[in-house]
Write a protein that binds this ligand. Structure first.
Ligand SMILES: Nc1ncnc2c1ncn2[C@@H]1O[C@H](COP(=O)(O)OP(=O)(O)OP(=O)(O)O)[C@@H](O)[C@H]1O
Ligand SMILES: [Mg+2]
Length: 165
């Protein structure tokens, strides 16, 4: 792990499992009302990341790519919901607005793959995770929190990562 700037954190993952573990650690810190935006190309590890995120958050529902159904929902025993949106097939911002995303990130947690495609309709405050394909088993993840809530979460995440928990 490297701290690139005061706010930006980079992880290099060398396996699918390592990506899930990194995301699990973040998942343990997410709370209702949060928005996590994943950007990056095909196969950069976004869905794999969401798998770890959901487990760390506490759901045992299976995570799969919502490419064809657009939005998946995962639940926790306490009734909270994590919404998993794939924006790949959303044609434009008008279509995105019709999805009532506000309701999802106000009441639950919203995680969006290909979030860069619908950036105009998203609030400024969010945790952006840039996912990048480096080589067959290697991926790069750059975490960029925007807003106090997400910056605080990343501070905790960095401390836990350094501490090896
Ligand atoms: N270090 C790694 N981290 C994540 N995935 C990896 C890694 N090494 C290999 N892989 C493989 O790369 C693939 C990543 O696929 P994944 O569906 O997570 O990507 P994606 O970004 O969601 O793609 P898409 O844009 O099609 O939705 C998986 O088959 C995974 O096993
Ligand atoms: Mg995907």
């Amino acid at each position: 792990m490297a701290i690139l700037t005061e706010k930006t954190t980079e992880f290099i993952s060398n396996s699918t499992e390592q990506t899930r573990r990194i995301a699990m650690r973040l998942g343990a810190l997410i709370t209702p009302g949060m928005l996590i935006c994943l950007s990056g190309d095909l196969g950069s590890g976004k869905t794999t990341f969401v798998q770890g995120l959901s487990i760390g958050w506490g759901s045992s529902d299976a995570v799969s790519s919502p490419t064809f159904i657009l939005i998946n929902q995962y639940q926790k025993l306490d009734g909270h919901v994590l919404y998993h949106l794939d924006a790949y097939r959303i044609a434009n911002s008008f279509e995105a607005e019709e999805l009532d995303l506000v309701d999802m990130y106000e009441h639950g947690i919203l995680v969006i793959e290909w979030a860069e495609r619908i950036k105009e309709v998203l609030p400024k405050d969010a945790l952006w995770v840039e996912c990048e394909y480096v080589s067959e088993d290697k991926r790069r993840f750059v975490f960029k929190p925007d807003g106090e809530r997400y910056e605080t979460m990343m501070d905790v995440f960095r401390k836990r990562s350094f501490g090896g928990h």
